[in-house]
Design a protein around this ligand. Structure first.
Ligand SMILES: [Cu+2]
Length: 178
C-alpha cells in the first residue's frame, strides 16, 4: 500500500514536470515585417509579437543583411508581449533575417528567426548619419592617423602636465627642507 502511494506520487510529479513548462512557454505569434514579406523600402522598426508577455530584460533582436551587417539601431524595447527594435534604414537588397532571443515568463529562453526580403537596395546614408554603435560600422576601416595629422599627439600634453607637476612637487619639497 505504501509502495503504491510512492509510485503514484512519482508518476504525478513526473507528469506535472513534463507538462507544465511546455504549456507556459512563450511563442512567436506574428511579426512586422511578416515572415517572407517582400519590401521595397526599409520599415522604421521591426516588431515581434508573442502569444504572451515576455520578460522585459534579456531580449535581443538583430536584423542581419545579406552581407552580414546588423541593421538593428537600438536595444529592443519590450512592452508586454511585443518586442520592438528601431531601424536606421537597411542596406543591400536580398534576404534579411530577424533573429530574436527573449525570455518567457516561466524563465525559458525562446530563440528564433524570421526571414524577409528587401527588393531594392537602400540609398547609402550620408557618412554623418552612420551609426557607430553598430559593430559592423566600428569594424570598417577608419582614418587612424587623425592624431598625428595635426602634428601634436595627445600624449605630449599628458607628458608636459606630468613633467610640470613633478617639477612643482620637487620645488615644494626643496623649499620646505630649506
Ligand atoms: Cu517554458
Amino acid at each position: 500500500m505504501k509502495r503504491l502511494a510512492v509510485i503514484a506520487a512519482a508518476i504525478l510529479t513526473a507528469t506535472t514536470l513534463s507538462i507544465a513548462p511546455a504549456s507556459a512557454h512563450a511563442a512567436l505569434q506574428s511579426s512586422n515585417p511578416a515572415e517572407n514579406a517582400a519590401l521595397d523600402a526599409a520599415p522604421d522598426e521591426v516588431t515581434l509579437t508573442f502569444n504572451q508577455a515576455v520578460q522585459s530584460n534579456f531580449a535581443t533582436v538583430t536584423v542581419i543583411a545579406p552581407d552580414g551587417i546588423d541593421w538593428a539601431a537600438s536595444d529592443p524595447s519590450v512592452d508586454g508581449s511585443t518586442v520592438t527594435v528601431d531601424l536606421d534604414g537597411l542596406g543591400a537588397a536580398g534576404e534579411y533575417t530577424i533573429g530574436y532571443r527573449v525570455v518567457s515568463a516561466d524563465g525559458h529562453p525562446i530563440t528564433g528567426s524570421v526571414p524577409f526580403q528587401l527588393t531594392q537596395a537602400a540609398a547609402a546614408p550620408p557618412v554623418a548619419d552612420l551609426d557607430f554603435t553598430n559593430e559592423a560600422a566600428q569594424a570598417a576601416p577608419q582614418d587612424t592617423e587623425v592624431v598625428e595629422d595635426n602634428g601634436f599627439p595627445l600624449w605630449t600634453i599628458g607628458a608636459v602636465v606630468a613633467v610640470v607637476g613633478a617639477a612643482g612637487v620637487l620645488f615644494a619639497l626643496r623649499k620646505r627642507s630649506n
